[in-house]
Design a protein around this ligand. Structure first.
Ligand SMILES: Cc1cc2nc3c(=O)[nH]c(=O)nc-3n(C[C@H](O)[C@H](O)[C@H](O)COP(=O)(O)OP(=O)(O)OC[C@H]3O[C@@H](n4cnc5c(N)ncnc54)[C@H](O)[C@@H]3O)c2cc1C
Length: 386
């Protein structure tokens, strides 16, 4: 690794842009190569938990974030059948006090724009659009970029090309679940949508997450169910009516107001949910994977972007300290495995049926909000290596 050469980053998503800023934070230059010619953010909303916002604060992005996000007062679980509240974890000022950092919800495009503005303003970061990285051999990188990098960072998402150039890496595997996404203007939203909360409506074999998008004056709605695989794409090619019929089928038996809401959803878009659960994250000290490229996970704990942000920040810390990539991967793998287990637990609990569902509701309703919040101390209170 030649420390005078820049780091090459493949991908200008949340992981890649945060990696560039984190490296610059430590005085290391990077060149980011993004496959698409125009950066447009797929998807709608994003929850940013305190472990992620702590890092964005260290990178100087909190003031921009505060302008474009809202801080929900609580994360609430509600029965999708009766609309009765099952449990609620306090957030808002409580999150700032307990985890020493805020919990925010916003449009993904707003986070991407804030990261992009910071990258563009930083002389140590250079962004090249319209260039894909598909070879990580030294001569391949030099041919594509004209650079002999000290390190290549694969931040190129779940279907990573960089990952495919390494040995012993995992594969992106369809999880059996799909997500439908759409937004709903405040004026059209039903009365049971609460703009002060993140609400997860739980039902049999599926759940629906709703939270406000302050700047767009709308609600972000994500419905997650089991489903068939439309292929390696974020943009479903299914005709809208077929998509809607599948969505309604998955939510039959839910509260009529929710069924009605889904019936009128404007062009719900299906996202197949892929996971990368195993395999190597690096080659020697030349190539490292971060974010979804390394460990794409299901959104049941709303932690994929947060893990991408943590990876990016901690990778920069390891690189600046001259530590081997093996140490970085060991360190991050245990953290990501614990988060993945939490997501698997949520998947089991959120989609539970029969007696398990009744037991879940009873146990959760007996717990005090502060006690529920304490379950998240290890996750939201995480202090990254600085
Ligand atoms: C329905 C849903 C809801 C979610 N909600 C949350 C949430 O609330 N909170 C949370 O923390 N996470 C959430 N996540 C997870 C989160 O969206 C992802 O984990 C995160 O966006 C991954 O970021 P990334 O930068 O690793 O990958 P990506 O966002 O996929 O970015 C990869 C970038 O690399 C580029 N690229 C691809 N190939 C190449 C190449 N060969 N060369 C150069 N560039 C390339 C792509 O164009 C893209 O710009 C959710 C996910 C889903 C599906």
């Amino acid at each position: 690794m030649n420390s005078h050469q820049p780091v090459v980053i493949a991908g200008a998503g949340i992981a890649g842009l945060t990696a560039a800023l984190s490296l610059a934070h430590r005085g290391i230059a990077s060149e980011i190569f993004e496959r698409t010619a125009i950066l447009s953010e797929a998807g709608a909303g994003l929850q940013l938990s305190p472990n992620a916002t702590r890092i964005l604060t260290k990178l100087g992005l909190l003031p921009q974030m505060e302008k474009v996000w809202s801080e929900p007062q609580a994360i609430t679980l509600v029965s999708g059948v009766s609309l009765r509240t099952i449990a609620s974890v306090p957030s808002g000022q409580f999150a700032r006090n307990r985890w020493k950092s805020p919990y925010g919800v916003l449009h993904r495009a707003d986070l991407q724009q804030a990261l992009l503005d910071a990258v563009t303003a930083n002389p140590l970061c250079t962004l090249h659009l319209g260039t894909a990285i598909d070879d990580t051999a030294q001569h391949g990188i030099a041919r594509m970029t004209g650079i002999q990098p000290r390190l290549v960072v694969g931040a190129d998402g779940v279907w990573s090309k960089v990952r495919k150039t390494l040995e012993g890496t995992g594969k992106a595997v369809f999880s059996g679940n799909v997500a439908w996404r759409f937004t709903l203007g405040e004026a059209e939203a039903p009365a049971f949508f609460d703009a002060t909360k993140v609400t997860a409506f739980l039902g049999i074999g599926s759940h629906l997450v709703v939270y406000p998008l302050q700047r767009a004056r709308s609600f972000n709605v994500v419905a997650i169910t089991s489903g068939t695989n439309p292929g390696e794409t974020w943009d479903s090619t299914l005709p809208p009516e077929t998509s809607r019929q599948r969505l309604l089928g998955a939510f039959s038996g839910w509260h009529p107001q929710i069924a009605d809401l889904l019936r009128h959803a404007v062009e719900p878009v299906i996202w197949p949910l892929y996971e990368v659960t195993a395999g190597a994250w690096y080659r020697g000290d030349e190539v490292a994977l971060i974010g979804d490229a390394a460990h794409a996970m299901m959104p049941f704990a709303a932690q994929g972007a947060a893990m991408a942000i943590e990876d990016a920040f901690e990778l920069a810390s390891f690189v600046a300290g001259g530590k081997p990539l093996a140490a970085f991967a060991d360190h991050r793998k245990s953290r990501v495995a614990r988060v993945r287990s939490r997501g698997a637990f949520n998947r089991f609990a959120y989609h539970a049926r029969g007696p398990i569902r009744l037991g879940r509701d009873l146990v959760l309703s007996l717990r005090r909000p502060e006690s529920l919040a304490a379950d998240f101390d290890w996750l939201y209170g995480y202090e990254p290596k600085d």
